[in-house]
Design a protein around this ligand. Structure first.
Ligand code: FMN
Length: 434
């Protein structure tokens, strides 16, 4: 039997496709489009839907918000917490992950929010722990500048420690609902935390009941060495950009080694790599789609605006037909490295053209052909699975969701490669099932 792998989906509560033949309307703000998507994913037995989030309208590309708003790139976005709650209430098995930034929420608020959603989700909630990586997001929260990466992660370490203390401020069995004594809570099982760190201070205890998972499942994406370290120490699942098969194998080996060095069992961490398969009834049809995306009139602008937004580097300033100079950023360094493939000798135009299916080649074709490639790559890498997302610069539509959930996944399932049923009730248990 082949070793099975996990599936998640990376999506934002953002406009779905509005300007192409299979567009649904592009106005998903009542959440129903994403509820329908989650139901399709649940039929296909995905581990989780991961709702990405950022907290600004970008102006990095060309120094204006024009490319962003015209193309609906990195915004507008709805808040992922109510969306996650709605999805949780309309599904029964699928894990639901929301991105919540340590820059944006006071830790007490976040700990309570996660507990509340995990209770509503009956133990299926996950928190994608991000520190935010954009100057403009920082300015929306009253900061003049984004703190340096090292400081953001130092704050995140302490932030997570405080949240864990708050979740632990109630014992799992503190709620007794004892008819004889009339007590709702056993008061001896709830206590303050008196947390005083360098950045955060909170008295505690939390003022909501312990949720089924007690703490949410932790999802993290660490790209830089510091980010990987944080993820290796903290995460139940890591989401990672793909940068070729050797690149993702090295990434996974590295976070597993860091986890082991930190005293964790590396198998407790499921590393899912971002991929955007392009499917067709025939290989020719899929390749035609692939070419259509790459050759669409705004492809380059959209792709560069997207990568500019998350790296805080204005890519309109570079010559498309030259190699990039080596760049560093206080934004998403890992995503920059995965995009730029330093030393590959590729021009910026070639790098952009490589991005359509997000960093692993061979994911264009019939469901059978793509399943072959996904299987082959996982065998080479050793695990743990994939995070599906839409091809670069496209907006999600129902047809793409169906192609994945009803075209590709059933083939993976038939081969014993992905889950065919949910046997556990919480997201953390689901992740650890294999
Ligand atoms: C697949 C993936 C998804 C991410 N999702 C988000 C997100 O939703 N919101 C966000 O602010 N950052 C997101 N990030 C950025 C990470 O949280 C992190 O800031 C980034 O990987 C940079 O980390 P590094 O500085 O350690 O490289 C994501 C990164 C990756 C690779």
């Amino acid at each position: 039997m082949p070793k099975p792998f996990h599936l998640g989906w990376f999506v934002n509560f953002a406009a779905d496709e509005w300007n192409a033949p299979f567009a649904h309307g592009g106005y998903p703000w009542d959440g129903q489009f994403y509820v329908d998507m989650a139901k399709a994913m649940e039929r296909a037995c995905f581990d989780y839907i991961m709702l990405e989030d950022t907290l600004m309208i970008s102006e990095v590309y060309g120094g204006t918000n024009g490319a962003y708003l015209r193309n609906a790139i990195q915004g507008p976005k709805g808040d992922p917490s109510p969306m996650a709650t709605l999805i949780a209430s309309q599904t029964t098995k699928l894990g639901v992950v929301a991105t919540l930034s340590t820059m944006a929420y006071p830790p007490f608020m976040l700990a309570r929010l996660c507990s509340t959603i995990d209770s509503i989700a009956k133990g299926r909630f996950g928190w994608n722990i991000v520190t935010s990586g954009e100057e403009l997001a920082a300015q929306n929260f009253g900061l003049d500048h984004l703190p340096e990466r090292q400081d953001r992660y130092a704050m995140a370490d302490e932030y997570v420690a405080l949240c864990k203390a708050l979740w632990a401020s109630w014992d799992k069995d503190a709620v007794i609902r004892d008819r004889e004594t009339g007590a709702y809570v056993d008061a001896t099982k709830v206590r303050p935390v008196h947390f005083e760190g360098k950045y955060f201070k909170s008295r505690g205890p939390l003022n909501c009941v312990p949720s089924p998972q007690h703490r949410p499942a932790f999802v993290q994406a660490g790209g830089s060495p510091r980010g990987r370290q944080f993820a290796a120490e903290t995460a139940d699942s890591i989401i990672a950009p793909s940068s070729g098969v050797a690149g993702i194998k090295a990434y996974r080996d590295d976070v597993r080694a860091r986890a082991a060095a930190a005293g964790r069992d590396p198998d407790e961490i499921k590393v899912l790599f971002v991929v955007a398969p392009i499917l067709g009834e025939t290989d020719e049809e899929a390749f035609a789609k692939f070419e259509r995306i790459r050759n669409s009139p705004h492809y380059i602008e959209r792709a560069l605006a997207g990568i500019s937004a998350i790296t805080d580097i204005d890519f309109s300033k570079f010559d498309l037909d030259k190699e990039l100079p080596h760049l560093t950023t206080n934004g998403e360094q890992g995503s920059l490295d995965a995009f730029a493939r330093w030393g590959s000798g590729k021009t910026l135009r070639e790098l952009v053209m490589d991005q359509v299916s997000r960093g692993i080649d061979g994911l264009v074709g019939t469901p059978e052909r793509v399943a072959d490639r996904l299987q082959e790559v996982m065998e080479e890498v050793g695990g743990d699975g994939y995070l599906i997302t839409r091809p670069y610069t496209t907006h999600i539509n129902r047809r793409y969701i169906n192609e994945i959930c009803e075209g590709l996944v059933p083939i993976l399932q038939k081969r014993g490669l992905t889950r065919t049923e949910y046997t556990k009730s919480t997201l953390r248990e689901t992740l650890r099932e294999f």
